[in-house]
Design a protein around this ligand. Structure first.
Ligand code: GCV
Length: 681
């Protein structure tokens, strides 16, 4: 089996040149394991291109050894005590890198670790073959690093093929059938492994009728996908419909405590594992936005999750049970219901009741992937439950991959948030058991992600799941170095500087020209692109800003509001409750304030709205100008250059629209003029 050949597709962060340093060396690979075979194949291919060679296990001199520790005597003994001590402690995916006396060594206890070690060398490039390096051990911070695909098999009449997908069609299905050529799925698996992802859920969490069949009649399609990504250490998961026992099994109920239901899940799951022995497990969206769930039977979500967990347990599978449960049929006049409270209210009373192989999958914010939200309090409130965090790589609320919005800085803040104050653990430590899940932004677009620069978000997701402490700028450098291999002409520093200037603070730029101060949801209903300040204000979705002539924001205080602030540990409960101490960026998430309220920054709320919208739209225009300075032909693929340029045009237009609608709206509501006298429509 050869490496995937996808010549008409952009290679993203694995262009052939990224393997130059490895491929020009004399390499030895030691170990017997399917993933070691993958490493071998990668090395053979690289050597064929760059003149190196893959030697036998006992052959002559080498520059690089990649070995399992079980083959340690042949490989690592001369690399000093550190290398020897690491043996057996690296785990399923960890690896060690060292360099001594002209030989670079990668050691791992298992094949997956060796593969991650290989991709680490790819990142290091020539740097892996220079001066001596003391032994360095790398282990993932989280064992579970998954991407959820919201892919439909059949094209959905409203949501299309990929729900919230901005990168063309599905990588997996086309015209209602599994793609005949799955080469690209294999290439996708390779890209994911190279950034650290080790699992994919292949279908939409909204499981429609056709997709429900993937669990039974169409299971072969899931098996075919698993076969493609298995060589890259990636396990496949399936989103399942909670009502499957009825929809697929013909039972009169899906009550999780009904014995027939138990047996159905158990028998069905056994068949899944007979077909896909390394199947990962299920993802479930239950009692959420119209999906069926245990509430129909007056059962709890623990009852619901556990029946699936029991079926999966004998095979080592897990169920990712989503905590995205709220009333989406709320009466907008009802001020006592607060969507932000919902997940905490539903799930924290169940802490300790979920089986060990249940992961509660919690969106990072209490509402829905807004560009700015406080962290979900659920993540800190369920110590006896395995909690995983869900991020949205696909840019549903951050510009549909038409806007440049590098999300690593947002995720980095989220993962570093300390619920109990500076001396407490970071959020990343609270999700070590459940891991990180991202909604994938990839599709069949030739650039994978619609906006070529959105590839960096996919890459960064994997890297942060592996190493949450990595700085967003460092990750961006890695991505730039890999993706844009040094050109023979032109000035590569110009490209690096330009991409940093465009991307480092693109999330803050996006935040500036959209909804202010954490209030969220001023997007157009349905597709969620572009401004519509009151679009959701009188709907049933529970996402309101309550702007009137005097002020704006949601009172979630305990003193006078919905009491949401009380769901946090004391350190943040107090700060969020206090108008004086609440951080500006989430002020309107927690408080309804008059327009002349003075922020901690010293400016009034209304002036802040005007200033940030003018600044944000100008910064969007700056992005376009920066890109225009790059020498397209010399530094980047001209098609990529053109694609980015075209999307920047749309970003500038849309940012101006946001600026003008939001400013006009608040000027008309408040009657307060802009202190700088700028034009407001
Ligand atoms: C898959 C948001 C999106 C929905 C998505 C849902 C979810 O509401 O708009 O498209 O459904 O989140 O996460 O389940």
């Amino acid at each position: 089996m050869n490496l995937p050949d996808t010549t008409d597709v952009h290679p993203a962060w694995l262009p052939p040149e990224a393997f130059r340093a490895i491929g020009s060396r004399r390499v030895r690979v030691c170990g017997d394991d399917p993933l070691v075979e993958t490493v071998r194949r990668e090395v053979v291919e690289a050597c064929a291109s760059y003149g190196g060679c893959l030697g036998g296990e006992d052959g002559g001199p080498v520059d690089l050894v990649l070995a399992l520790t079980t083959h340690g005597p042949a490989a690592g003994s001369s690399f000093g005590p550190e290398a020897a001590e690491c043996s057996g402690t690296l785990g399923a995916e960890g690896f060690l890198v060292a360099r001594r006396r002209g030989v670079t060594l990668v050691l791992a206890d298992a094949g997956a670790g060796l593969l991650h070690g290989l991709f680490h060398l790819v990142r290091l490039g020539e740097g892996a073959f220079g001066a001596d390096r003391p032994a360095e051990c790398h282990r993932p911070a989280m064992g579970r690093r998954m991407l959820d695909h919201w892919d439909n098999v059949a094209v959905h009449p409203v949501m299309g093929q990929v729900e919230r997908g901005y990168s063309g069609g599905s990588l997996f299905w086309e015209d209602g059938a599994l793609r005949a050529d799955l080469t690209r799925v294999r290439a996708y698996g390779r890209l994911l492994a190279a950034c650290g992802v080790n699992a994919i859920a292949v279908n939409n969490v909204n499981v429609h009728a056709t997709e429900a069949l993937l669990l039974t009649d169409r299971l072969g399609e899931v098996a075919a996908l698993a076969e493609q990504v298995r060589p890259y250490g990636i396990r496949v998961y399936l989103s399942v419909n909670f009502a499957s026992p009825m929809v697929l099994g013909g039972l009169p109920t899906a009550d999780p405590l009904d014995e027939r239901v138990r047996q159905w899940w158990s028998a069905t799951t056994r068949e899944v594992y007979q077909t896909i022995p390394d199947f990962g497990g299920y993802v479930v969206k239950a009692d959420s936005e119209g999906q069926p769930g245990p509430f129909a039977y007056q059962r709890t979500h623990a009852d619901g999750a556990n029946v699936l967990a029991e079926a999966l347990a004998p095979f080592g599978g897990v169920v990712y049970w989503r905590a995205f449960v709220y009333n989406h049929r709320q009466d907008w006049r009802d001020r006592s219901t607060d969507r932000a409270r919902a997940a905490f209210d539903h799930f924290t009373p169940l802490d300790g009741q979920f089986h060990d192989n249940v992961i509660l999958q919690v969106k990072y914010g209490p509402i829905d992937f807004q560009p700015r939200e406080p962290l979900s309090p659920v993540i800190a409130a369920m110590p006896a439950t395995r909690v995983g965090m869900e991020l949205q790589v696909t840019q549903e609320y951050t510009g549909h991959q038409l806007h440049v919005c590098y999300l690593a800085p947002l995720w980095s803040e989220v993962l570093g948030f300390r619920y109990w104050g500076p001396d407490g653990p970071a959020a990343a430590a609270l999700i070590e058991g459940g891991g990180l899940v991202g909604v994938s932004n990839a599709g069949d677009d030739p650039f994978w992600t619609g906006h070529p620069l959105a590839q960096a978000n996919l890459y960064a997701f994997g890297r942060l799941a592996w190493a949450p402490h990595l700085a967003p700028g460092t990750i961006l450098d890695e991505w730039i170095d890999l993706t844009f291999q040094p050109a023979t002409t032109g000035d590569p520093d110009l490209l690096r500087q330009t991409l940093h200037a465009m991307m480092d603070s693109s999330w803050q730029t996006y935040e500036r020209y959209t909804a202010p101060l954490g209030v969220g949801f001023m997007v157009r209903p349905g597709h969620h692109y572009g401004p519509d300040v009151d679009g959701y204000e009188y709907t049933s979705w529970g996402t309101y800003h309550f702007a009137d002539r005097d002020g704006v924001g949601v009172d979630r205080s305990q003193a006078t509001g919905t009491g949401f602030t009380g769901q946090y540990p004391a350190f943040w409960a107090q700060r969020y409750e206090s108008l004086a101490e609440c951080p500006d960026e989430v002020l309107l998430f927690f408080h309804h304030v008059p327009y002349d309220h003075v922020l901690r920054s010293g400016t009034t709320v209304i002036q802040h709205i005007y200033d940030t919208h003018f600044t944000g739209a100008r910064q969007a225009a700056d992005l376009r100008e920066l890109w225009g300075r790059i020498d397209a032909a010399q530094l980047v693929d001209p098609r990529l250059f053109a694609r980015v340029a075209e999307r920047l045009g749309e970003q500038v237009r849309c940012a101006e629209e946001w600026r003008d609608q939001v400013n006009a709206y608040f000027f008309r509501k408040s009657g307060v003029p802009d202190a700088l006298g700028r034009r407001i429509y």
